[in-house]
Design a protein around this ligand. Structure first.
Ligand SMILES: *Cc1c(COP(=O)(O)O)cnc(C)c1O
Length: 513
C-alpha cells in the first residue's frame, strides 16, 4: 500500500516514509491510495480475536508484507498492546462499559498516561524504533547511526503520551514544548517526572499557540531539519489514525458478545469527543472498510468549528456570533479539544472532494481532489474561512455534529455519576451530552458507543465541580511530588523560537544548558 499527499505533492510514499515524515512536503497529509475492504468472513473469523490479533489483521490490510514482514508486525503489536506496569492496565485494552443496553462507553484511557493518545503513541514509538534499527543495521561498520529527533508541542495530552511512547528508545530523542503554567498539574507532572536521558521537556513562557508556531517554524526549517532528522508525532501522523481503527472493531465485537444487545437488529452509532478530528476519522475508515455503523457523532466543546460547519457549510476559524475569543480558542474544561482548526479534517475533505469530482477516471479525479483541497486549505489559512457547501451533503451522509459548553459538561458529569454511578472525565462528558442530542433523532433501536478519551482523575478539577469529594490520589498517588527535569525557556514572544532552537542544538550535542 502506497500513500500520497492530500495536496497532490508528486510521488507516492511507503508506509515507513509516511510514518517517519508526519507531514507531506507540500503541507498536505498522507492518505492511503485505496481504502482496503475486509476479508469475506471477517465477522465470524475475527469475532473471538484478542485486541492484539485484531490489530494485526487490520494493520496488515494497510501495510504491505514486503515493507514490514508479518512476523515483525506481530512482534511489534504484541509488545505494544500488553498488560503490565508501564503499558496497559486492562486485559481488553479498550473495554466497553454498559451504562444501559443502548448506551455504552468505550474506555480508551487504560494506557500509561490515562488518555486515548496512548493507544496510538505506544505503537508509534515502537515503529520509530523498529524502522531506525532496521536502517542502522543495514549500515556498514563505522558508519554513524541514523538518529531521530522528535519535537512536539502540547497543551497536555500529546506530550505525555509521546514521552511515554518514546522514553528510553535508542537513537531517538524527544523534545516536548508546553506552555508554562498552562497545562494541568497532573499533565505537567506526567511529562516532567520522566527522567530518561532521551526525554527533554521545554516549558515555554507563552501560549500553546506560541509552542505550535515554534514547532511549525522548526519543522519547515530545512537546515535544522536535516541537522537533527526531525520526526513528528502530532495528530496528523498517519500511523496514529491507522492504529485507532482497531478499537472501533474491538467495540463492535464486544457488543456482539453482549447478551443485552441485539447487534443484528440495531444500528450502532459511535460518538466521539473531537478536537483535531483524528480519533473520529479512524472511525470513518472503519465505516468505509465495511464495519456496520450509522452516522458517526462528532462532539465538540465550545471550540465548535466542526459543529458550525455541519450546520452551515462554512468552515470558519472564529465564530462571528461568539464575541471575543482569546487567540481564537476558548479555554474550556475539556482542554484537549481546544482547537481553532481541526487538522485531520483536511483528510476527510479530500474524500469529499473526490466524491464530487466530475472527472471520469481515478487518476484525474484524484488530482482534482488534491487541487481542490489545496485551494480550500489556502483559503482557510489566508482568510480564516472557506465556503464548503459543495460537500456539505456528502459530509452529512456519514456524520452528525453537536457541541456542549462547560456548564453542560459539568451537568452531564454530575448526572451520569448520580444516575448511573459512572464518573466521566470532561471530554467524555462532552461526548455523552452530544450523544443525548443525537439520540433524539435516531431510530429506537440505535445503540450508542461513546468513546471515553481520558480518565476522570486526569482532569480532577473539572470533575470535582460535579463531584466534590472525588480524590485523585487513589489513581496518581504522590506523582506530584516526584523528582522532575524540565528546561525553562523564558523570553519575549519574538525571541522564543530562537531560544528553543538553541536549547535543542545544545541538548542534542550533549551540552545541557
Ligand atoms: C486529544 C484528545 C481529544 C481529541 O482527539 P482528536 O483526535 O484530536 O479529535 C479528546 N479527548 C482527549 C482527552 C484527548 O487527549
Amino acid at each position: 500500500m502506497k500513500y500520497f499527499s492530500t495536496r497532490g505533492h508528486p510521488g507516492e510514499q511507503s508506509f515507513e516514509d509516511v510514518v517517519l515524515a508526519g507531514l507531506a512536503p507540500d503541507g498536505g497529509l498522507y492518505i492511503p491510495k485505496e481504502i482496503p475492504t475486509l476479508p469475506e468472513n471477517w465477522r465470524s473469523e475475527w469475532a473471538g480475536l484478542s485486541y492484539q490479533q485484531l490489530a494485526i489483521n487490520i494493520l496488515s490490510l494497510f501495510i504491505s508484507p514486503d515493507e514490514l514482514p508479518p512476523a515483525d508486525l506481530v512482534r511489534l503489536v504484541s509488545k505494544t498492546y500488553t498488560v503490565g506496569p508501564s503499558v496497559f492496565r486492562h486485559p481488553s485494552i479498550t473495554p466497553l462499559v454498559q451504562l444501559d443496553p443502548q448506551t455504552h462507553v468505550l474506555e480508551l484511557f487504560h494506557g500509561p498516561t490515562y488518555a486515548f493518545k496512548d493507544l496510538a503513541l505506544q505503537l508509534v514509538g515502537n515503529l520509530f524504533e523498529y524502522f531506525l534499527d532496521r536502517r542502522n543495521s543495514a549500515k556498514s561498520p563505522g558508519e554513524p547511526p541514523e538518529k531521530l529527533t522528535v519535537v512536539g508541542a502540547t497543551s497536555g495530552d500529546t506530550g505525555s503520551a509521546a514521552i511515554y511512547g518514546l522514553r528510553n528508545k535508542a537513537n531517538i530523542s524527544v523534545f516536548i514544548l508546553f506552555p508554562q503554567g498552562r497545562v494541568s498539574p497532573i499533565q505537567e507532572a506526567q511529562m516532567t517526572t520522566v527522567l530518561d536521558e532521551n526525554v527533554h521537556n521545554l516549558s515555554v513562557s507563552g501560549t500553546f499557540d506560541n509552542c505550535q508556531d515554534i514547532l511549525k517554524t522548526l519543522l519547515s526549517d530545512k537546515g535544522f531539519n536535516e541537522k537533527h532528522q526531525l520526526g513528528a508525532v502530532n495528530s496528523i501522523n498517519w500511523a496514529r489514525i491507522l492504529v485507532q481503527i482497531v478499537y472501533y472493531f474491538s467495540a463492535y465485537f464486544q457488543l456482539l458478545r453482549n447478551p443485552d444487545v441485539d447487534v443484528a437488529h440495531s444500528e450502532i452509532q459511535f460518538v466521539v469527543p473531537t478536537g483535531n478530528f483524528g480519533d473520529i476519522f479512524a472511525g470513518y475508515y472503519a465505516k468505509r472498510m465495511g464495519l456496520p455503523m450509522g452516522k458517526l457523532g462528532i462532539a465538540t466543546n465550545s471550540n465548535d468549528i466542526l459543529a458550525r460547519f455541519w450546520t452551515s457549510g462554512t468552515y470558519q476559524k472564529v465564530d462571528p456570533n461568539a464575541g471575543h475569543v482569546v487567540g481564537g480558542v476558548y479555554a474550556t474544561i475539556s482542554p484537549a479539544m481546544d482547537i481553532a482548526v481541526s487538522s485531520n479534517f483536511e483528510r476527510l475533505l479530500w474524500y469529499l472532494a473526490y466524491d464530487i469530482a466530475v472527472q471520469n477516471d481515478k487518476t484525474s479525479k484524484r488530482a482534482a481532489a488534491c487541487e481542490q483541497v489545496r485551494n480550500w486549505m489556502i483559503a482557510v489559512k489566508n482568510r480564516g474561512t472557506v465556503d464548503l457547501s459543495a460537500v456539505l451533503e456528502g459530509a452529512r451522509r456519514d456524520f452528525v455534529a453537536d457541541k456542549a459548553n462547560d456548564e453542560q459538561t459539568v451537568t452531564t458529569i454530575r448526572k451520569y455519576y448520580e444516575t448511573r454511578s459512572y464518573l466521566a472525565d470532561p471530554h467524555t462528558a462532552v461526548g455523552l451530552c452530544a450523544a443525548e442530542v443525537f439520540a433524539k433523532s435516531n431510530s429506537t433501536t440505535t445503540v450508542q458507543v461513546v468513546l471515553s478519551t481520558a480518565h476522570p482523575a486526569k482532569f480532577a478539577e473539572a470533575v470535582q465541580r460535579a463531584h466534590p469529594s472525588f480524590d485523585v490520589e487513589t489513581v496518581f498517588g504522590d506523582l506530584l511530588l516526584w523528582e522532575r527535569r524540565v528546561h525553562a525557556i523564558v523570553g519575549a514572544e519574538e525571541e522564543l523560537t530562537g531560544l528553543v532552537r538553541n536549547a535543542i542544538d545544545k541538548i542534542a550535542s550533549g551540552h545541557h544548558p
